[in-house]
Every structure is written in structure tokens, then in C-alpha cells.
Design a protein around this ligand. Structure first.
Ligand SMILES: [Zn+2]
Length: 273
């Protein structure tokens, strides 16, 4: 079974930030003078609202400006126990409630967003990977219900045009794109990270230096490789050596050290079914 990450959504495949940055410097120097002169504070404010997860860390204070966190959906989390939010299970059998609200979102640069609660650890992980000489790139993050619906319907329409009936079209589509409500990306707790040097979402991704580093170190930051190669029958999702899910450091250490998937970890706790 293949899922939404298999669709190379072009808008996520941006040029490597470092390369773009170098090119931009000379242009920027000239352009910024003109643009700032014309639009002044307006531009400054728009940029200051974003978080530079692709470059330096706001946590380290490399960028000046106001509080980076941008509240998009300031609504109370449905989970009653604040300790357990990071263990939210989302899969084919455990759909995200349609009214699920992420308490607060942190907007990253290049259009990505995550649940603010995972942001500090995510930023540290990205910073440390870069400090190790790597070039990780977040290519997918939070997706709205509408976005997931759109991706799914696009695939359904494709099969309808191939002559399939509605039910068959939806079944076939669900092999490629997660049905709305079954994607962790909708909860803002997952990110897809690739190596700038190799951005294809296929099994070769595991050979990249970035994935080798992430697989070894992600648990230190509370992340797990969510869809391991040998757990597809339990997760319902094929091997995805790029999809990282935040579960907190305690759970992540146990899951990664013991070679579990989240379903197995939670079944050892309580109330999974
Ligand atoms: Zn993913």
C-alpha cells in the first residue's frame, strides 16, 4: 500500500535553501534596498512572523524579531490528558476527529506548519543535523483536512476517469493517498524530511546521509521513524524512510530501541482498540 507521501507534490520540492540563499544574497542586497524602500515595514513584518527552521534557529537567537509562534487555531485540544497528546494514534482504524483542533501552530518558512508543541525539538534536530554537516529538508508537514481531501479526491477522479465505479475508485485511490482523517500530517505531529541531495520519496531515501543520521538520532529529539520497513501489516502503511512522527522522548527511546511501531507501543499501554 502506498500513501500520500508517494505523490511527489511539487510545491514541496523547493530548491535547497543554502544554495538559494547564496544566490539570493547578491540579488537581495540590491532588491531589498528597493523593496524595503517601497514597502518598508510591511515586508519586515510579514517575514518576522515566520520561523526559520530551514536555516538558523530562532531558539538560538540568530534572527531578531517578534515571537515566532503564529497562532492559527487557538482552540483547546480534544485530548484531556496533556501528557498524552503526543501519543495520538492516527491510522486507518483510528481516524482523526473532523473537529480536531491543534492548540497552536508554528509556521515554518516555505509554507510549512507544525503543532507548536513539537517545534522546539524539531528545530533542535534540524540544527544538530546541520551541525553534523548534513542538509535535511522538510518537504511535507501539517496538512489541513481540505488539503488531504483534495489530494484524495484528485486520485479518486483519476480512477473514475479510468472507468472505475465510485467505490472501486476510492479503494484504489486509498492505496496511494491517505483518506482524510487517516493521515498524521493532519494532526501537525509529523514531518517528511529528505536529503537535499536526494529528494525522491522512495526506499532509496534510506541510503542518504540525512536518513542515516535521523534514524540514529531522531529518538533523542522525541521523534520516531513512523513506518518502518517490517511493520506495514501493523501500521497499514508501506515503508517510508522519510516520515518522522513526534511522540516525546520517553516513548521515542523505547520505540526506536526496541524496534517497535507506534501501534505496538500503544497496544502495550492501554486502550488502543
Ligand atoms: Zn509523511
Amino acid at each position: 500500500m502506498r500513501y500520500e507521501e508517494e505523490i511527489p507534490d511539487r510545491e514541496y520540492f523547493v530548491a535547497p535553501r543554502r544554495a538559494r540563499r547564496r544566490r539570493r544574497i547578491s540579488y537581495r542586497t540590491l532588491l531589498l534596498c528597493a523593496v524595503l524602500f517601497l514597502s518598508g515595514l510591511l515586508l519586515g513584518r510579514a517575514l518576522a512572523a515566520e520561523v526559520d527552521i530551514e536555516g538558523g534557529s530562532h531558539l538560538g537567537g540568530t534572527s531578531a524579531g517578534p515571537e515566532p509562534v503564529q497562532a492559527i487555531a487557538p482552540v483547546v485540544d480534544q485530548k484531556k490528558d496533556p501528557e498524552e497528546w503526543q501519543l495520538l494514534l492516527v491510522n486507518k482504524d483510528h481516524l482523526l476527529n473532523e473537529d480536531y483542533k491543534i492548540p497552536e501552530m508554528t509556521k515554518l518558512r516555505n509554507g510549512h506548519s507544525v503543532d507548536s508543541r513539537i517545534y522546539p525539538d524539531l528545530q533542535r534536530m534540524m540544527d544538530d543535523a546541520r551541525a553534523a554537516g548534513l542538509q535535511p529538508l522538510i518537504c511535507s508537514s501539517y496538512r489541513t483536512w481540505d488539503k488531504q481531501e483534495e489530494l484524495f479526491q484528485r486520485k479518486v477522479n483519476y480512477y473514475l476517469q479510468q472507468g472505475c465505479g465510485r467505490q472501486e475508485a476510492e479503494e484504489k485511490a486509498s492505496a496511494w493517498v491517505a483518506r482524510p482523517g487517516t493521515s498524521e500530517h493532519q494532526a501537525g505531529l509529523a514531518v517528511d524530511i529528505v536529503d537535499v541531495a536526494y529528494q525522491m520519496l522512495d526506499e532509496q531515501q534510506e541510503q542518504t546521509e540525512v536518513q542515516q543520521w535521523l534514524m540514529e538520532h531522531c529518538a533523542e529529539y522525541g521523534f520516531i521513524l513512523r513506518y518502518p520497513t517490517d511493520k506495514s501489516d501493523l501500521t497499514g502503511v508501506s515503508y517510508e524512510p522519510w516520515h518522522y512522527r513526534y511522540v516525546g522522548k520517553e516513548a521515542a527511546a523505547e520505540i526506536m530501541e526496541q524496534g517497535l511501531c507506534l501501534e505496538e507501543y500503544l497496544s502495550g499501554q492501554d486502550d488502543v482498540s
